[in-house]
Design a binder for this molecule. Sequence first.
Ligand code: SF4
Length: 610
Amino acid sequence: MDQIYQEFDDPYWSLLAQAKRPSRYCGCEWGANLKGNSGNPRKPLSARASSRSTLLFCLAFPDVYEIGMSYYGFQILENFLNRLPSVQADRVYCPWTDMEALLRKSSLPLVSIENKIPLYLFDIVGFTLQHELSYTNILTMLDLSGIPLRATGRSSKHPLIIGGGCGALVPGAILPFFDMFCIGDGEEVLPELCSCINDTKSDSRDKRLSACSKIPGVYVPGIQNKVKRVYSINMPPVPESLIVPSAPVVHDRAAVELFRGCTRGCRFCQAGIVTRPVRERSVTEVVNGITNLVTKTGWEEAGLLSLASCDFTGIEHVLRSLSGNTEFGRRGFKVSLPSLRMDAFSVELAAGMEHVKRGSLTFAPEAGTQRLRNVINKGIKDEDIDLSLEFAFSKGWNRIKLYFMMGLPTETEEDLGGIIEIAARAIRIARSYKNKRAEISISVAGFVPKAHTPFQWERQNSISELKEKGRMIKGKNKNRSITLNYHSPEQTFLEGVYARGDIKLADALEFAWRDGARFDNWTETFDLARWNRAFEKAQVDPDSYTGERDLAEVFSWDFIDLGVTKEFLLRERDRALSEEITHDCRSACSGCGMQGLGCSLSRNCGKPDK
Ligand code: SF4
């Protein structure tokens, strides 16, 4: 039989019965493998063969199913790939530790979720790289598939291992484990890359890698020393359908991307820099896209996604149009704006959207004082915060979640105290509306300086500094209606090491994995002691990666040309240190380097804001 997975005499079925959450592995999702899904009839995948004309592409997410299925970009990529001629795509997620043990015990390889094909039979395994603390999971997935961990150990019989997503823009620490990286939007790079890999099936591995290296947006380590990001000038079409998860996932809803990029220019935010320029969809496309997806899938909630959804030019039209849909009204349909800004306009939008009961409202002021918000260019004022809180409590919300960072550049004790002051003000505002049940939940994460941002040269706070700051904030909180949550300083430290890492960290990654490191972004599996042993064995000093960097340093990611210039980043760093705000791109262009590279806003914005 061509199809490897046979339901009733299949050894994987007995493993599912022993796994903690079998639904993570069983597939059988609505929309997967259905004729007509993604507009393309999908035949069962067959084993890899050089004579086969179809290219088999396995999209790999290095975390568990419920996290990966909530990541919209992963689904749209699969949908996109399945529309390409001669490409058939499938997905795989990292098995949790119990399933890893079961697979090892039974000597069964890791298989894709829809068609149960072992990963080693695919032509391409493409990892989505979203978080530094999921890197050890990549090694688990390769190893469980019988694919050599390092590119140097692979031959032409192995799949090509590709990395994409924001991690591919800082690939130093994972370089030896990949054959190549996609730099930029998958929709732009993948069609040519898939054709090239399909056309060179009978060539040697070196010849194929060399052919791939000539494709814009593809970086093959050891062949190129410079690569330019490629991106779509227009938004790709909204998918015709999406796969509905067969198990509870973090974000269980239909989703449409409103736009890519961000005009706000927050100086700590890597996504805001690496996705420039802003590219918007039309209102009609968004409304039709949501209506079609919700009608087809039966979801009763839709997310309007982007880095700052309320900045979408047609947001009011979209919401008006969706709330005017009588069928949606009958079904109690909900729309969510996951990235709500702290201003009256955004809260008013949220108030209009919540047809059902008032849940909690989440905002991210990021810093406790106006001064520090100017440093990070957050662009919200104390008055905005108070007005949004007043509006929220007056409209009946009881629970407000506030996200902050600690350890930001130039931070003082006053800034940390400001976090509690904002929360205390929120409680006072709630009481002024006779709201006695108001609860404020504060979440504080340690700041991690990210590559390609104006803060890429800054020092990261040590574990003990973050712990001390956490204690300080806690000590200032005297109100029982305010609860505090902290991200683990140890995990923040490890994230910081790999966020600005280089190739010297690759050995440490492998040592830690061999010592048992798995799911480092999960508190129950994370163990810093393993990493300390690994750093020692690899003879690297992790503190040297989180320390302050010289302005003249050539970074391991500098060879990637995103379009945004280093001069702009340095200029923004200077402005941060002198507490100067840089205007939103929609009101003034600050000359980031994207002028003439598809940024429609720079044409309208007059002189750069220097
Ligand atoms: S070119 Fe100007 S308007 Fe466009 S993203 Fe850069 S700073 Fe903003």
